[in-house]
Design a protein around this ligand. Structure first.
Ligand code: ADP
Ligand code: 5GP
Length: 188
């Protein structure tokens, strides 16, 4: 059986990554979503086991010490990690896996999987628009928004370091561009 493809999406918080990923998953049926573990509080509308596996910090750290994560990182003061078993099994079974990781996670995946990890960076049309979207989403406190905006600056400085770059200005155009890139990766 042909090994599955590994596709990682990275973008500063508020860019519209979750919105794009949900549209992409709906339209491209060959993709399998990697559900990460996190210690961040669940947001309105999120479902445990679907959006994330929401864990307490003690359980997360225990599972990290048990080597259950292929990569993990502390992002915006919370822990996030990708389940090793899901990735190794999925790729062997020929599944095309889609990940939503921060830049530290992307660097880790590149270190482990090299060229097999296809990383797509999604950038907002401007920093001002990123601020507007984070505020408009209305899911985070002012303090959390400020932390995410301050991290966005260093994340944006990495935008040219990965395999593909897509701008999320008009949502439908961005979905189209993302579908094209994913199609290219799946046919490789
Ligand atoms: P992320 O997952 O990158 O943190 P979200 O998908 O939650 O971001 O999007 C942040 C906010 O921006 C949401 O309110 C979403 O509806 C909005 N949004 C996403 N894409 C666009 C776009 N192209 N134009 C305008 N608003 C957008
Ligand atoms: P959010 O809290 O907005 O869902 O995600 C915050 C950040 O954590 C985003 O940049 C997202 O890509 C990143 N993230 C989500 N899951 C993982 C993961 O498993 N590993 C790493 N390294 N980052 C993750």
């Amino acid at each position: 059986m042909q090994r599955g493809k590994l596709i990682v999406i990275v973008a500063p918080s508020g860019t519209g990554k979750s919105t794009l990923i949900s549209k992409l998953m709906h339209e491209v049926k060959e993709l399998e979503w990697s559900v990460s573990c996190t210690t961040r509080p669940i947001r309105r509308g999120e479902v445990n086991g679907v959006d994330y596996h929401f864990l307490g910090e003690e359980e997360f750290l225990e599972r990290k010490d048990n080597n259950e994560f292929i990569e993990w990182a502390k992002v915006h003061s919370n822990y996030y990690g990708t389940l090793k078993k899901f990735v190794d099994q999925g790729l062997e079974e020929g599944k095309n896996l889609l990940f939503d990781l921060d830049v530290q996670g992307c660097d880790q995946m590149k270190k482990i999987y090299g060229d097999e990890a296809n990383v797509i960076f999604i950038e907002p049309p401007s920093y001002e628009e990123l601020c507007r979207r984070l505020k408009l989403r209305g899911t985070d406190s002012e303090e959390v928004i400020q932390e995410r905006l301050s991290n966005a600056k260093s994340e944006l400085s990495r935008k040219d370091d990965f395999d593909y770059l897509v701008t999320n200005d008009d949502i439908e155009k961005a979905v189209g561009a993302l579908k094209k890139v994913v199609g290219e990766i799946l046919r490789k």
